[in-house]
Design a protein around this ligand. Structure first.
Ligand code: SF4
Length: 496
């Protein structure tokens, strides 16, 4: 059954919109296993990375079949659908839109029928040269006399573009075509794709988004985060290297390098995007967040009675702050995790409740207390302003805000949708002005140096552009001007 109007009601409170991740990807090659169900549970573990649409492609060795729709993994699939997806090889995806609008045609995996067979592809990240690639795909298709695929119609995401480019090499094995195409892509891409028999994975030369390989008995699994390997019982083998392309099947792992590695992993994965039980570059995300909390306590001490997190991503930071400061830790806010993930649009009365639809204060815990409220990041400031007001109304005598990331001042072009640059509160205001704007008694942001040290990843191997404006991959004009809708804008002109 189609999911309502296809729009999830994230905007219960239009001003309360945190950073949105690009996507989660998952792939499995495992003859004898129920690969569609493994992929379903893998996507479930990655649901936090994308909640607008979900899809699974499966192959039985003869043909590739794709099922996808708008909504959460649990809304798109049921037992009967999963039972019908039979095979030994599968690729799955859960999406939040970065390039391309949130519509069915942009859901993934994207599918393409080529002269060599079927091709299904899932992508986490965001390309920065989509406009150039669109022209290149059209030119190559014309030169090779390739007809437009029905899959191209209505699709305006950069992932469909990668599939189109792969199809412009009909005479080459997919591994060779992918090696050539990956070298032409710029920006962030962690790819998982398949033909009838083989699972492939590739990661951009900077390795901006994570991608890991796991072993499942005699089979293979590839996933955005190792937490998704754990949930299906796969054992972590290694990360896909930046600039590496791998093929996985009964012949084992075949690896190709399409570009030299220039590692620049996303620092924000540690702050907010990844699950706490994930490891990045060998470092636990949970441990990094706890360490950031300890550092916040040392750098921004305050006399207070209770440390509370804004659940859930700030919970480890609050634990670290409490541990280091000796101030007790407690739950002052209860989060209604699922309210923003429904197809039911709230009524006007409900909308007026705003942030209360998502968080409810525990009056008994906070009344009369001087609070330290730890949050992971501030994007627009509206959420923190509403929370500070709510805590005061519930009886808090003081609210001191501590933020587990530096001020977000620049937009991300590599797969995270923060807000437009004009809406980023830290781009326009000083720290003192932000404190006054959200109505806190004091505020403290972890410094970029301290956050970097807490991650244990050397600064020159990280992307930190949303904090310092230094973009590791150049941003062309079309991407910086039109952002996620660049292919809607340039598509028609380029003959899409
Ligand atoms: S700009 Fe920020 S969110 Fe985007 S990849 Fe770089 S560190 Fe991550």
């Amino acid at each position: 059954m189609p999911g309502g109007d296809g729009l999830l009601s994230f905007d219960l409170h239009p001003d309360d919109k945190g950073p949105k991740d690009a996507c989660g990807v998952f792939g499995v090659w495992a003859p004898g296993e129920e690969v569609a169900k493994l992929t379903y549970f893998g996507l479930y573990a990655l649901q936090h990375r994308g909640q607008e649409s979900a899809g699974i492609a499966v192959s039985n060795g003869q043909q590739v079949l794709v099922y996808k729709d708008m909504g959460l993994v649990s809304q798109v699939f049921d037992e009967a659908i999963l039972e019908s997806l039979v095979g030994h090889l599968a690729v799955g995806h859960c999406r939040y839109s970065t390039t391309g609008a949130s519509v069915w045609a942009n859901a993934q995996p994207t599918f393409r029928s080529t002269s060599a067979g079927g091709l299904a592809l899932a992508h986490n990240g965001n390309l920065t040269n989509s406009a150039d690639l669109l022209e290149l795909a059209a030119k190559r298709a014309a030169e090779a006399d390739l007809a437009e695929s029905p899959a191209d119609r209505g699709s305006t995401n950069d992932t469909g573009l990668i599939t189109r480019l792969l199809a412009t090499y009909p005479d080459r094995p997919l591994l060779d075509a992918a090696q050539a195409v990956c070298a032409e892509l710029r920006g962030a891409f962690s790819l998982v794709f398949m033909d009838e028999n083989t699972l492939y994975a590739a990661r951009d030369p900077q390795g901006i988004r994570p991608l890991v390989i796991g072993r499942l008995g005699a089979g293979w699994v590839v996933a955005s985060e190792n937490a998704a390997l754990d949930i299906v019982g796969a054992e972590f083998v290694r990360e896909v290297e930046p600039g590496e392309l791998v093929a996985l099947d009964g012949d084992g792992v075949r690896t190709r390098r399409f570009a030299p590695a220039e590692p620049k992993g996303c620092l924000f994965e540690f702050v907010y995007l990844s699950r706490p039980d994930t490891r990045i570059s060998g470092r636990s995300v949970h441990e990094t967040r706890v360490e950031v909390g300890r550092r916040l306590a040392r750098d921004f001490p305050v006399e207070a009675d209770l440390v509370i997190p804004v659940p859930e991503s700030a919970t480890p930071g609050a634990i670290g702050y409490a541990e280091e400061s000796g101030i007790p830790y407690g739950h002052g806010l209860v989060k209604n995790s699922y309210v923003g993930r429904t197809f039911i649009q709230p009524s006007q009365t409900l909308r007026q409740l705003g942030i209360r639809l998502k968080y409810n204060p525990l009056r008994e815990v906070i009344e009369g207390k001087r609070l330290v409220m730890v949050d992971d990041s501030i994007v627009r400031g509206n959420t923190q302003r509403a929370l500070v007001r709510m805590l005061r109304e519930a009886g808090a005598s003081e609210v001191h805000v501590r933020i587990a990331s530096p001020p977000v001042k620049w937009p991300c072009f590599y797969g995270i949708d923060f807000a437009s640059p004009k809406e980023l509160i830290a781009a326009e205001q000083t720290v003192d002005e932000i404190c006054a704007s959200i109505g806190a008694d004091s505020i403290g942001f972890i410094s970029l140096e301290s956050l970097t040290e807490a991650s244990s990843v050397p600064a020159d191997r990280l992307c930190r552009a949303c904090f310092d404006g230094s973009y590791p991959v150049p941003i062309p004009e079309a991407a910086s001007r039109h952002g996620k809708f660049q292919l809607e804008v340039v598509g028609p002109a380029a003959g899409n």
